[in-house]
Design a protein around this ligand. Structure first.
Ligand code: GDD
Ligand code: MG
Length: 344
């Protein structure tokens, strides 16, 4: 089985983190995000994955190479200019000769794709789309279905008065090569705005599967933080190795937190429900809660950080307080006694 991951977007809603790296390799629980998708695809029996790239492609290639280390064959396609979601799939046409799994490159999930492919085949579908229920579909593609699973309507980013159900496009599809024949070559083209409505118009067998598994689009700052905390809370049942070095004995680290083994922790540092990246240094009495600290950041004595994302290579000087969903880009320096996110 083959798969293509659409990993060429600019990740604008995840700035500042995505100014220096593309969204698919922002780290979730200290691992470049695409590892989670590649491992899941491998588990579903996929031997070969195409990564459809456009924004900062070489940075993604550097991380995964030819996939040898992961035991999965990875090929890269770099679009000359962004071709859109369906355009990226069409751009891979010469490499596609069988049923293909297509993933948006920002979905954290543990849905069983082998089961989805099986159902897709039993139904003789041209396209199968995975759906998930959400409270507010407005940021997603709304999908209406019939009781036998047929897709009846696809409406991308519906306005409030257009919301008729709670099932949305999970950004995961199983497609037959026939779907390629409805996509023009070398042109920007969208699954959501163009191909899916067209499949319905042409009366192609277009089916859905509603999943109740864990699912999250990591593409905004709040969901990126949530994805990190959900992984360490074991919501996806992934194996996580939590190191506790003897040198950290005088620090207080709760059972959930994930601290890279290269981190330096001084006495009475408190780390609760947080992820701390490689080579960070945290000085005495600092308290970090519900947060993600990216690699190479220095946190000085008595700092308090809560519910925030701190980029790489930052310097947070003594006794500063950073609260309530603050997001600091890479290389930010914060002076002593600063207050961010506090009520005055
Ligand atoms: N190769 C390539 N080229 N990839 C692209 C391009 C492109 O031109 N444009 C977007 N992508 C990739 C992004 O990198 C991302 O992984 C994926 O396509 C989806 O783009 P997003 O920008 O994250 O879309 P969205 O989250 O607003 O909406 C999409 O996902 C929702 C689920 O999270 C849609 O598919 C919705 O219908 C869906 O509900
Ligand atoms: Mg997205």
């Amino acid at each position: 089985m083959q798969a293509i991951i659409l990993a060429g977007g600019k990740g604008t809603r995840l700035r500042p983190l995505t100014l220096s790296i593309p969204k698919p390799i922002t780290t979730i629980a200290n691992r470049p995000f695409l590892y989670y998708q590649l491992e899941m695809l491998k588990k579903a029996g996929v031997e070969e994955v195409i990564l459809g790239l456009s924004y900062q492609p070489e940075k993604i290639m550097e991380v995964f190479g030819n996939g040898e280390k992961l035991g999965i064959k990875i090929r890269y396609l770099v679009e000359p200019e962004p071709l859109g979601t369906a355009g990226a799939y069409k751009f891979a046409e010469s490499l596609i000769n069988r049923t293909t799994i297509v993933f948006n490159g920002d979905i954290l999930t543990n849905i069983d794709m082998a089961m989805a492919v099986k159902l897709h085949r039993e139904r003789n579908a041209t396209a199968t789309i995975i759906l998930v229920p959400v409270e507010n579909p407005s940021a997603y593609g709304l999908v209406e279905t019939s009781t036998d699973g047929k897709v009846l309507r696809f409406l991308e980013k519906p306005k409030a008065n257009e919301i008729t159900c709670n099932t949305i496009n999970a950004g995961m599809y199983v497609l037959e090569p026939k779907a390629l024949s409805y996509i023009p070559r070398s042109q920007e083209h969208s699954f959501e705005y163009q191909l899916f409505p067209r499949l319905l118009k042409e009366k192609e067998p277009f089916y859905s599967i509603i999943s109740k598994d864990y699912w999250l689009d990591i593409g905004t700052n709040s969901r990126y933080l949530q994805a990190n905390l959900d992984v360490i809370a074991n919501k996806l049942s992934l194996e996580i190795t939590r190191t506790r070095l003897a040198a950290w004995q005088s620090a207080h680290i709760d059972d959930l937190s994930l601290v890279d083994e290269t981190v330096n922790l001084e006495t009475n540092v408190e780390i609760t429900n947080s992820v701390i990246g490689a080579n960070c240094a945290i000085e005495r009495e600092a308290k970090i809660k519900d947060s993600v600290i990216l690699p190479n950041t220095k946190i000085k004595a008595n700092v308090i950080i809560e519910k925030s994302i701190i980029g790489e290579n930052c310097l947070i000087k003594e006794s500063s307080t950073i609260l309530k969903g603050s997001v600091l880009g890479n290389n930010t320096s914060i002076s002593d006694f600063s207050q961010i996110g506090l009520e005055l």
